[in-house]
Design a protein around this ligand. Structure first.
Ligand code: ZN
Ligand code: ZN
Length: 389
């Protein structure tokens, strides 16, 4: 089959690789109808995530038709149309039973490696390094879905691929980030990053009834899309983020702050980001936490910081004194995708939201390597790319 494979920094190739096969009776093989490039794939593209190996098939946002099921898999049959959550879940361990699917205790087959790095391993993820199980990803013609009787979302034929594809990652990721904020009708919710996840944070916070939703980015197309979704836009190249947030909240600061940027904050003019780039270059720090620092500083005391943005390792100069003395709550995590899927599928079906709004580019899987560049450079108004195998 054909797939997009990782070969190093800025090197994704469209290649022929062996077809996947059923390896366990709970597996299924799907024929991919649509897949997407996620913002967090760029962290792989830039080689910020360790334990990638040359030839790994990438991609963790995909859907398709079931073409083969293992003998123990009673939940799926050939021909079912499913979206595949990026977090692989056994459905049976203590954490899965509690709905904490992204920290499933059984699905990461390289658990000991991740235990060593993080204390406790998280779930296995598709196409996202050997630290998260080394599973082949979904930017491919076919994918083996492990624990497929648990790891799937069945979708009705009445909804298009474009409407449901993002149920596997960016929609529940934005939703969970907003849900973790316990939004109240009097809240101002400030969201750093107007990429695809930031866009879903905006729409989710609006659906949850926030009084004011503010988004911070410097790409005009992304800011315009967020404004269309109900946000007030701050372009950090043109105005002071702190000044404008103070003005919008009468000096009190936003009650809820969401970091939809993560480890590769691109702001380049602030003194702390110069510091981060230097430390990163000499391998004294792995991640660039500019957004985290800014959120801690500006957040209203007793507020909540929600972090859906991906971090990989160590960050430096986090103002712990401000965090503690202001009484801030920090919530984070990979997305417990299945916790939200039923509710979000219903909301799409009822027309409360049509997630296809975020798609700016659709291309053949063969054009994937080129589309990674377009997405990275935000050329041609690119916010979200869907690929068709
Ligand atoms: Zn993702
Ligand atoms: Zn589990």
């Amino acid at each position: 089959m054909k797939a997009l494979c990782w070969h190093g920094t800025n090197d994704i190739r469209y290649e022929t690789v062996p077809d996947p096969e059923i390896e366990h009776p709970r597996d299924a093989i799907i024929n991919v109808s649509s897949c997407a490039i996620c913002g967090s794939d760029l962290h792989l593209f830039h080689h910020f995530i360790p334990t990638m190996e040359s030839g790994d098939v990438v991609g963790h946002e995909f859907m398709g038709e079931v073409m083969e099921v293992g003998s123990e898999n009673k939940k799926l049959k050939v021909g079912d149309r499913i979206v595949v959550p990026f977090t692989i879940t056994c459905g049976e361990c203590d954490q899965c039973k509690r709905g904490n699917f992204s920290v499933c205790e059984r699905s990461n087959r390289n658990k000991s490696l991740a235990d060593k790095m993080f204390g406790h391993a998280g779930a296995g993820l598709f196409g996202y390094s050997h630290l998260t199980g080394g599973y082949a990803g979904g930017q491919a013609e076919y994918v083996r879905v492990p624990f497929a009787d648990s790891t799937h979302i069945k979708v009705p034929d009445s909804l298009s691929d474009e409407q449901v594809l993002f149920l596997g990652d960016i929609f529940p990721t934005g939703w969970q980030a907003a849900a973790q904020c316990d939004i109240e009708p009097t809240d101002t919710v400030a969201i750093w990053g107007a990429g695809p996840v930031g866009q879903f944070c905006v729409r989710s916070a609006v659906l949850m009834g926030a009084q004011q939703v503010v988004v911070i980015d410097n790409v005009p197309e992304r800011l315009a899309m967020a404004e269309a979704g109900g946000a007030i836009a701050i372009n950090f190249d043109e105005e002071s983020v702190l000044g404008r947030l103070q003005e919008l909240t009468k000096g009190k600061g936003p009650e809820k702050c969401i970091d939809a940027v993560g480890l590769e904050a691109h702001v380049s003019r602030s003194p702390d980001s110069v510091y981060d780039r230097v430390k990163q270059a000499v391998m004294q720090e792995t991640d660039r936490p500019h957004v985290l620092r800014e959120m801690i500083y500006v957040c209203r005391p007793a507020g909540i910081l929600s972090i859906p943005g991906v971090y990989g390792g160590l960050v430096d100069k986090i103002p712990m004194g401000a965090l503690m003395n202001k009484g801030l709550t920090v919530r984070s995590g990979q997305t417990h995708v299945k916790r939200w899927s039923e509710d979000l599928l219903r909301r799409i079906d009822e027309g409360q939201i049509d997630p296809s709004f975020v798609i700016t580019h659709t291309a053949d899987l063969a054009e994937g390597p080129e589309m990674y560049n377009t997405f990275r450079d935000k050329q041609d108004g690119c916010v979200k790319v869907v690929l068709k195998p």
